[in-house]
Design a protein around this ligand. Structure first.
Ligand code: HEM
Length: 495
């Protein structure tokens, strides 16, 4: 009996010690207010249930900056959109440990000199490189658009349905067969017939793997999730580096990264892990395209407005080329379409799940835009949570509604002052922003130009908020659509 009491006493003391060391915290002078939470889990429950609602509520009770606790991690949230620039410029707010955490925990590799790699990633998606990427993407997209009407999902050939006959598909599968396949081929080149590393099988395994992304990012081992382990095994069955490097249609970036990692004596497994990360960041473009297409179908007036805008742009160009030539667009032309631009921005606003997290490298005095100063502790994390701003009713009228023309000639205000960056789905660091937006826009232009597309009766979906933290949220469920080639259309080409 005495022994049991001693054990219980020792266990209680240990628990209290763990609690005091890792969980308990007294707010120091000039630190942001702390949001009250549970003894052990902190604010995990409310945050996990509905992060946007929880942060709006905390914003009302605590103000524009406050600290929450997710288990043992203290996280200061900056809710003021006007302080965005200060947040992104603060040199003690460090993204490198976050990026390392993703690479290490989720894709099992480390980069030697990551800043050099990222700088190069930035270069390879700008200027003439971006034009080259867009040319390949546009070529592959035209091929996949032809394929979806003539081949089934297993690749078996069928006749093109004539007389305006409709084909049916799940929308996600349709987006994978067109956008994801084109992205994949633009990055890795055309797969060889013997390759298991090919777009549709990678897509299927990514779909599974991404379900566990947040858990693995937080550090839970992938072995806890057998489905994720199986998917990863399939995803790393890639051609070896020498095989990839021998391909003429390999993207400039993968050629650079593979050669760079080989020169740093990094193992094949690490090169493959890195290839997956690159595909993973590009996967967001696929997700945006899915959502934009879904919203166009759900809001027929948006489809009509976009088709009219695109048709007018094609007609304008057609005056200068013959009927059998493709109509050529460039970056400037694509950027000049206001409804298209608004649809892509509104899609990002409504489906972004991104968390802009930074590690606090040193004790820091952070000055908000209104001049108020706060002390933030080294070792904590600090974040902006764009979805909470994107759903702020003071900035966006009826924020839950998709309004296709919301961003046409519009400015947005908070506390009576203009918000300079109303949509921050790319955070501040993403080098692929312009490319991803252009690819999504190009896909939509080609889609409304070539196809009739409809949601089947009773089909609907919405972003799955259980995946908050993903750059673009996946849908709760897939939907069924029917589509057919238009009787006549002009082939488009990007130069
Ligand atoms: C719709 C598509 C995309 C979305 C929504 C997206 C979003 C993001 C976000 C939110 C971040 C974190 C930035 C931060 O916290 O400040 C990020 C980082 C990054 N993205 Fe993207 N991204 C997309 C497409 C791409 C593409 C196409 C590339 C290819 C070049 C890319 C490459 C990267 C890289 C390399 C980083 C890490 C940057 C660093 O560590 O400095 N992304 N992206």
């Amino acid at each position: 009996m005495v022994a049991i009491s001693m054990y219980l006493f020792a266990a209680s003391v240990a628990l209290v010690a763990v609690y005091l060391k890792y969980l308990y915290r007294r707010r120091r002078r000039d630190e942001p207010p702390m949001v009250p939470g549970g003894l052990i889990w902190g604010n995990c429950k409310e945050f996990g249930e509905h992060a946007v609602r929880f942060l709006h509520k905390s914003n009302k009770s605590c103000g524009d900056i406050f600290t929450i606790r997710l288990l043992h991690q203290y996280l200061t949230i900056v809710m003021d959109p006007h302080s965005y620039d200060r947040f992104t410029r603060e040199k003690n707010f460090d993204f490198d440990p976050i990026q390392k955490q993703v690479n290490h925990n989720v894709f099992s590799f480390e980069l030697i000199n990551p800043r050099k790699m990222l700088k190069e990633a930035g270069k390879t998606v700008r200027g003439h490189y971006m034009n080259n990427i867009m040319q390949s993407f546009s070529k592959y997209l035209n091929e996949t658009f032809a394929d979806i009407s003539t081949k089934d999902i297993l690749g078996n050939l069928h006749e093109i349905p004539k007389g305006g006959k409709w084909c049916t598909s799940n929308l996600r599968v349709l987006t994978a067969r067109t956008v994801f396949t084109s992205l994949f081929k633009t990055i890795f080149g055309n797969p060889r017939p013997e390759d298991t590393f090919e777009p549709m099988s990678v897509f299927e395994n990514f779909e599974i793997y991404h379900k566990y992304f947040n858990y693995m990012w937080l550090g839970l081992p992938s072995s806890l999730f057998p489905a994720a382990t199986k998917a990863l095994k399939a995803l790393v069955k890639q051609p070896c580096s020498s095989d990839l490097l021998s391909r003429e249609d390999l993207s400039h970036y993968i050629r650079f990264s593979t050669e760079y990692m080989l020169n740093c004596n990094q193992a094949e497994a690490e090169i493959m892990g890195h290839n997956l990360v690159y595909l993973h960041v590009n996967y967001n473009t696929f997700r945006v395209s899915f959502w934009a297409m879904y919203f166009l179908l759900e809001h027929r007036e948006a489809w009509v407005a976009l088709s009219t805008e695109v048709q007018a742009a094609i007609d304008e160009k057609k005056q200068y080329c013959s009927n059998d030539e493709p109509v050529v667009f460039n970056l400037e032309d694509v950027d000049s379409l206001p409804i298209l631009d608004s649809i892509v921005k509104e899609t990002m606003r409504t489906t972004s799940g991104v968390f802009m997290v930074r590690a606090i490298a040193e004790d820091t005095e952070f000055e908000m835009e209104n001049g108020q100063k706060y002390y933030l502790r080294k070792g904590d994390k600090v974040a902006m949570y764009p979805p909470a701003l994107h759903k702020d009713p003071e900035i966006f009228e009826e924020p839950e509604q998709f309004k296709y023309d919301r961003f046409v000639d519009a400015t947005f205000y908070k506390n009576g002052r203009e918000v300079k960056n109303p949509v921050i789905a790319f955070g501040s660091l993403c080098p692929g922003k312009r490319l991803a937006i252009t690819q999504s826009k190009w896909f939509l232009m080609c889609l409304v130009n070539m196809f009739d597309l409809e949601l089947l009766e009773g089909q609907s979906t919405c972003p799955d908020s259980a995946y908050h933290g993903h750059e673009i949220l996946p849908p709760k469920n897939d939907v069924e659509v029917r589509f057919r080639h238009k009787d006549s259309f002009q082939t488009l080409s990007f130069e």
